[in-house]
Design a binder for this molecule. Structure first.
Ligand SMILES: Nc1ncnc2c1ncn2[C@@H]1O[C@H](COP(=O)(O)OP(=O)(O)OP(=O)(O)O)[C@@H](O)[C@H]1O
Ligand SMILES: [Mg+2]
Length: 313
């Protein structure tokens, strides 16, 4: 796979002395959707800012499209789009002019048809002559996306694109992002919504306290770190786990009325559920009756929480 962005040894210490990024290495492949997940203050916006020229790195190197950003700044930046986390734009400008001007900022000639296409795709065409301040919060966010797309970037950063937007609009944006990817745009998004990373991303990076803890393909991450948990409600309470079940990862809870299985997923996700099936057979063979089984596959959210707590990875 061809890298479109290569960040190496990127450190940022703000003037107050706080180190927001600690020697970050990250490679983004052309055409992928990459989700950067991390809690408040993890360094996500700082990382994006360093690539987009809003934050001056303390050390490290950034290569985009195979070229060093430090020495080819202007022409490389023109190929990158940014949807910022904060709504910082001239609120009195009408939508269409604001979006058109963004194109000009990168030295591109006006293209009314292109701007119309972008506004229509984001359902903003009806509002094209409205001042931005008169739009709803979700529409303002869409204007930021339109502005970032106006110069047709090959690499697009979306910093919390769906913060504070309703479920319908969030799904709408996911569709827009998927469309962009189909057209070959590489997308890096930050999000607090783990569901969003789970839904959208090809790869996920987890960042905390300025350090990248893990980067992997989403599916592989979930498979490798996923867990299967099953709660088996027993017809009769047990005092202890019978010897015949000692090969299963089991504990007793609720005064022996619930048998808890915690499998490690292991080779290929499905391993846990297969083992639960074997466990139920073993229970029947041992004459242990049960009334209900609740199986739960751990999600990216569980993995994320585990990692941040420094728990078993
Ligand atoms: N201009 C600045 N001066 C000093 N410290 C800063 C500055 N900008 C950010 N920081 C600090 O750097 C750390 C990382 O901030 P950053 O905005 O990158 O986090 P984030 O991961 O984007 O968080 P959020 O999810 O809340 O958007 C925080 O502790 C923040 O207070
Ligand atoms: Mg941020």
């Amino acid at each position: 796979m061809q890298p479109i962005l290569e960040i190496s040894g990127l450190t940022k210490t703000y003037s107050g002395g706080f180190t927001a990024l600690k020697s970050v290495d990250l490679t983004i492949n052309k055409g992928e959707i990459f989700a950067l997940l991390g809690p408040n203050g993890a360094g996500k916006t700082t990382l994006i800012g360093a690539v987009c020229g809003l934050v001056r790195p303390s050390s490290g190197a950034i290569h985009a499209f195979g070229e060093d950003m430090a020495s080819n700044w202007r022409h490389l930046r023109a190929r990158i789009g940014l949807v910022p986390q904060e709504l910082a734009t001239d609120m009195f400008e009408p939508v269409r002019r604001a979006v058109g001007d963004s194109r000009g900022l990168f030295g591109l000639p006006p293209d009314a048809a292109k701007i119309e296409e972008i506004l229509r795709a984001l359902s903003l065409w009806d509002k094209r002559d409205a001042q931005i301040r008169t739009l709803s919060g979700g529409m303002k966010r869409r204007v930021l996306i339109a502005k970032a797309l106006a110069h047709e970037p090959e690499l697009l950063f979306l910093d919390e694109p769906t913060a504070g937007v309703d479920v319908e609009l969030r799904r709408d944006m996911w569709r827009q992002i998927a469309l962009l990817r189909e057209r070959g745009t590489t997308v890096i998004l930050t999000t607090h919504y783990i569901e969003e990373a789970e839904e959208m991303a090809d790869r996920v990076g987890i960042i905390n306290k300025g350090e990248i803890l893990m980067v992997d393909e989403k599916a592989a991450m979930m498979e490798r770190l996923g867990r299967t948990e099953a709660l088996i409600a027993l017809a009769q309470p047990l005092d202890e786990i019978p010897e015949v079940l000692s090969s299963f990862p089991l504990t007793l809870a609720e005064d022996g009325r619930v048998l808890c299985y915690r499998g490690d997923g292991g080779e290929g996700g499905g391993a846990g559920t297969t083992e639960v099936a074997q466990l139920t057979k073993a229970l029947i063979a041992a004459g242990i009756d049960y009334t209900a089984i609740d199986i739960h596959e751990s999600s990216l959210e569980d993995i994320f929480v585990n990692l941040l707590e420094g728990g078993a990875a």
